[in-house]
Design a protein around this ligand. Sequence first.
Ligand code: 8YV
Length: 322
Amino acid sequence: MSNKPVVLLTRRLPDAVENKLAQDFTPILNPHDRLYGTEELLRLAADADAILPCHTEKFPAATIARLPGRIKAIANFSVGVDHVDLEAAKQKQLIVTNTPDVLSDATAEIAILLMLGAARRASEGERLVRNQQWKDWSPAFMVGRQITGKRLGILGLGRVGQVVARRARGFDMTIHYHNRKPLDPDNAAGAIYHDSVEELLANIDVLSIHCPASDATRGLLNRKRIAAMHRDTILVNTSRGGVIDDDALVAALQTGDIAAAGLDVFNGEPDRIHPAYRKLENTFLLPHIGSATEETRNAMGYRAIDNLVAIFNGEEPRDRVA
Ligand code: 8YV
């Protein structure tokens, strides 16, 4: 590359990533990591050839239409791309990429943490100790549920789901799943396929959600489907909040129609999440940290840079989604 293309970073990325990016590109940095509004984003984009955003920046059709013509690509620092209107991007001939694979291990760890946290009442217990309210012990004290040997249902047995399945087998869990189509035997690795969401939900003890957010999956976990789960079921979500109908889940948690929920992603995150989640004892809540490890954040950055290098060398980027 002769003249270095200009890349707008919407957020502060790890130093190692920003330094590597500067080898081949001229970055426009956000050193104070401020969250840009649309107008500021568009103003900064006027000088850029590509944007490297996170899921915190939204690119609906109206914003994409206003991006300057010189912008060639949106190289996301995320695997989820629900914050970008891919159809509008295609129409504007913008290349869009994501960062799959490199965050599967970290996200699977958080899914397992959520399962254990929700099953063993970790939030409640931690609060008792931290707030000096732990006064007693008895055989009936803080009795939770065991996940060992139980049936784990995976909604969306893709990259992350398959790692979760491998980790869960370490707890002797039996893996069930629903995808639009069954996987080939190598990838399914013995997991039991259910051809409808309802059938999956009726046959499991723990549900882990890994399907991407889209029009097709919005509110997928609705009142009717949640009612299909038995009362001891634990639900965990590391995908996107939009897959869940919050009113329906909150009602089921309040009435004991399902046992507990572990959530890392929410509708309205970070500060407008359903308020009932915070009040319920049977929730275990994390602030969207599925990929938040040093190794993974670096790997996500390098992957986004690889995509940009390919794009500006006129090659097909590895992780093109539009
Ligand atoms: C990322 C995520 O950290 O990659 C995703 O889709 O949800 C997160 O784990 C985040 O999106 C960064 O943009």
